[in-house]
Design a protein around this ligand. Structure first.
Ligand code: HPA
Length: 274
């Protein structure tokens, strides 16, 4: 189903009614392991997705399914504690719905994070990767259907989805924190099954450095409506077939938890400097 512009407006109007004139600058979409950052927001206003007209609840395990509005490191933020994934049964348009709503509320910068499998064998599990570009070959995209010109053009440019200025900023922050920040291309797979070793070899040939099941729907929609975007991946595991062991969701979550201090320090440092 395609949403209309007035659907997005209704969602934004509902949130405005809760926000008392607060205008978020940065939308922060938190992936596995980082949800706790939402609990660090000052003067928080919590809004459950389920309360917002046209919103879909997030069903992924450990995703709280709510917004936290407030200030974090001096920035006015809207934090998403939990996101929608296509593997939950949502369309790409559903998965990116909040991005447009927050644009209507005034947000112009997006920080999007995720956990992913490392395809690049120079990387190690637990390392962070700055997303420099993405690959989305499967499935329809989030902009399929009638274009909503209030948000952007019919054929949006995707030459620099991940804003070069913010990439540079993330490199500087990582350097100042003495943190290894890998860089590379994130390739979208719809999931929920992990990839096969053959799919990972194919992804590597195509130029992927990491594979995951999120981020790309939101990034495409955000690029369409003019956000500056910073994407950071936690390589929670080596992708299928790289090591001779099966993958598990528990392994991903355990690494996400273990890496949370470094990951959150980088994200907060970037947020402060944006
Ligand atoms: N593949 C896809 N998504 C993921 C992975 C993976 O190996 N790890 C964490 N999210």
């Amino acid at each position: 189903m395609n949403f209309t512009f007035s659907d997005y407006q209704e969602s934004a109007d509902f949130l405005r009614g809760r926000l008392n004139g607060f205008v978020p600058e940065v939308l922060l979409i938190l992936g596995s392991g980082l949800g706790f950052l939402g609990d660090k927001v000052d003067s928080p206003v919590f809004v459950d997705y389920g309360a917002i007209p046209h919103f879909r609840p997030s069903t992924a395990p450990d995703h709280k399914g709510r917004f936290v509005f407030g200030t974090l490191r001096g920035r006015r933020v809207a934090v998403m504690q939990g996101r929608m994934h296509c593997y939950e049964g949502y369309s790409m348009e559903d998965a990116a719905y909040a991005v447009r709503v927050l644009r209507l509320l005034g947000a112009g910068k997006l920080i999007v994070t995720n956990a992913a499998g490392a395809v690049n064998t120079d990387f190690s599990a637990g390392e962070l990767m700055l997303i420099t570009d993405h690959i989305k070959l499967f499935d329809f995209g989030p902009l399929r259907g009638a274009n909503l010109p209030e948000f952007g053009v019919r054929f949006p440019d995707m030459t620099a989805v991940y804003t070069p200025r913010l990439q540079q900023l993330a490199r500087s922050v990582a350097k100042a924190q003495n943190l290894t920040l890998r860089e590379g291309v994130y390739m979208y797979f719809p999931g929920p099954q992990f990839e096969t070793p053959a799919e990972i070899r194919a992804a590597r040939v195509l130029g992927a450095d990491a594979v995951g099941m999120s981020t790309v729907p939101e990034a495409i929609v955000a690029a369409h409506c003019g956000y500056e975007i910073l994407g950071v991946t936690l390589c929670s595991n080596m992708a299928a077939g790289v090591l001779s062991q099966p993958l598990s969701g528990e392994e991903v979550n355990a690494m996400a938890e273990a890496s949370a201090p470094r990951f959150s320090a980088l994200i907060l440092g970037c947020l402060e400097a944006m």
